[in-house]
Design a protein around this ligand. Structure first.
Ligand code: ADP
Length: 496
């Protein structure tokens, strides 16, 4: 049972108003250039609204506002308990506006509205709450010096944080960056993805209502090579936190080197392996989660379990189970509670996924999917697609597709499975299904990944760090470790 019927969601969508200007220094403003861009609903191809197309000039004003607010101490020097109260209120406001935020996500980037209402929006509120609660529970350190010396090691806010986020979980990605940064007393300039700026702009308004002072959270919509680059190159940004593709992550490292050597933290691509051993106790649960791991959010998940490594003796049985599940996950109207999946974020991404499907069709065995249905002749959709008998070094098993495309790779031994799983430039996440405790630990230890899930997929919580090894990036979102990115350690040594 969904929250609403398709017709009810449609009616709610029709009554929405959109925040479509930049939010700078506590006010919604047009881009200096006056330019706007069309914000497209990928399920219909229709323009939702026109959004301010900001560039370097707007980024500069936002950074100046952030710097001024930081220097003023209005947030950075606020008592931790007071900052906590403000961010707790923001978490409540997100919950109060759950349906509107869920609709914005769905219209903007095509995900199922009911998924956004069940996962993304409650997740964002939970992350804000978790970081809010941490604020007055973190203590600094006194070093174990000799008598007559007192060395205090304090965590200090860095100053102005630039955040550049992707379109797959727009509100959650904004939250993963902004919540810990604001918790520590920084000011933020957020550049959301051009495909999905609406929830971040609404978030800015809610943050103001909760009591975040003007200039402390600025949201500047625009394109990557203009607004995103300007933030990366800005000399008065202390730290840049990014989630997106590996190629653009590398650009941010270059921007930092070309400008003020700002700290850069990257959460980039993935090609996560899911290893299913024949001793897995519950193959149905494994199949449910394997399907979820690649088809949830249309497969547009950086940690999607896109490589299924399955022991040969159970492969055919397991693939048959997956095929059954894929059949129940066919795309439909993202506002329809009964849709199996939503739309692909835009026509460009859909054609990119189709290109990989074409390569797969020429060289691997198509089990199901591969086509691009439409609704009333409109929209970017791709049905859940499974390729069997893929070799681990095949292009579709190596490159991140970022769509609902699963590669099944059979293996015979544990050693072979681990070697193939690790033979990738990425290292974000991995999953292991086995009933053998020793094997679970052995394989988890051997896998290069920021998170290894055993007998589940994509384990994630505010309590545990999330991030990658190798070219999946560095630095961690979530958990108290995320706070390290947005603080510097200051030693004050007193002789007495
Ligand atoms: P995806 O492939 O998932 O769209 P991108 O890495 O292209 O991921 O985009 C993630 C974020 O990076 C978005 O906010 C986008 O606008 C921004 N971005 C894209 N290109 C650039 C660029 N050349 N410089 C700075 N930011 C960019």
């Amino acid at each position: 049972m969904g929250l609403h019927t398709l017709e009810e969601w449609k009616a709610k969508a029709a009554s929405l108003t959109y925040r479509n200007q930049a939010f700078i220094n506590g006010q919604f403003v047009d881009a200096i250039s006056g330019n706007t861009f069309d914000n497209i609903n990928p399920a219909t191809g229709e323009t939702i609204t026109k959004v301010a197309e900001c560039d370097a000039a707007d980024i500069d004003i936002a950074v100046k506002a952030a710097r001024a607010s930081f220097k003023s101490g209005v947030w950075s020097k606020k008592a931790p308990m007071e900052r906590k109260d403000v961010l707790l209120k923001l978490a409540d406001l997100i919950r109060d506006n759950l349906e509107e935020l869920a609709l914005l996500e769905s219209l903007d980037m095509g995900k199922k509205v009911e998924d956004a209402a069940a996962v993304d929006i409650p997740g964002s509120a939970m992350f804000w709450q978790w970081y809010a609660e941490s604020i007055d529970k973190i203590y600094d350190e006194v070093a174990p010096t000799a008598a007559g010396d007192l060395a205090i090691v304090k965590r200090e806010a860095l100053g102005v944080i630039g955040a550049v986020t992707p379109w797959n979980f727009p509100l959650d990605m904004a939250t993963w960056k902004c919540a810990p940064a604001l918790a520590m007393g920084n000011s933020v300039v957020l550049k959301p993805a051009e495909q999905s700026p609406l929830s971040a702009l609404f978030l800015a308004e809610l943050a103001q209502e909760a009591g975040v002072p003007d200039g402390v959270l600025n949201v500047v919509p625009g394109f990557g090579p203009t607004a995103g680059q300007a933030l990366g190159l800005h000399d008065d940004v202390d730290c840049l936190t990014f989630t997106g593709s590996t190629a653009i992550g590398k650009l941010f490292q270059q921007y930092a080197g070309q400008s003020n050597m700002k700290q850069v933290w990257l959460e980039t691509g993935g090609k996560s392996p899911n290893l299913v051993f024949a001793d897995c106790k519950d193959l149905d649960a494994a199949a449910d989660m394997a399907a979820f791991g690649i088809f949830f959010n249309q497969g547009e998940v950086c940690s999607a379990n896109s490589r299924l490594l399955v022991e040969r003796s159970i492969k055919d049985e397991f693939v048959a189970k997956l095929k059954e599940r894929a059949a129940t996950m066919q795309p439909g109207n993202p506002l329809d509670p009964d849709a199996g999946m939503g739309a692909i974020v835009d026509a460009k991404q859909a054609s990119n996924v189709q290109r990989y499907i074409q390569i797969g069709k020429e060289t691997a065995t198509l089990v199901c999917g591969g086509d691009a249905p439409t609704i009333d002749g409109k929209g970017s959709f791709i049905s859940p697609t499974i390729f069997d008998d893929v070799t681990h070094d095949h292009q579709i098993a190596k490159e991140e597709i970022f769509g609902p495309v699963l590669c099944v790779i059979p293996f015979d031994t544990e050693e072979e499975a681990v070697t193939m799983a690790n033979d990738t430039e990425y290292g974000l996440a991995a999953s292991v299904w086995t009933n053998d405790l020793s094997r679970a630990h052995r394989v988890a230890d051997a896998l290069f990944a920021g998170t290894v899930s055993v007998n589940t997929v994509d384990a994630l919580s505010p309590m545990t760090p999330f991030g990658g090894m190798k070219q999946s990036g560095f630095g961690r979102d979530l958990s108290l470790h995320a706070l390290d990115k947005f603080t510097a350690l200051k030693t004050t040594w007193i002789k007495y």
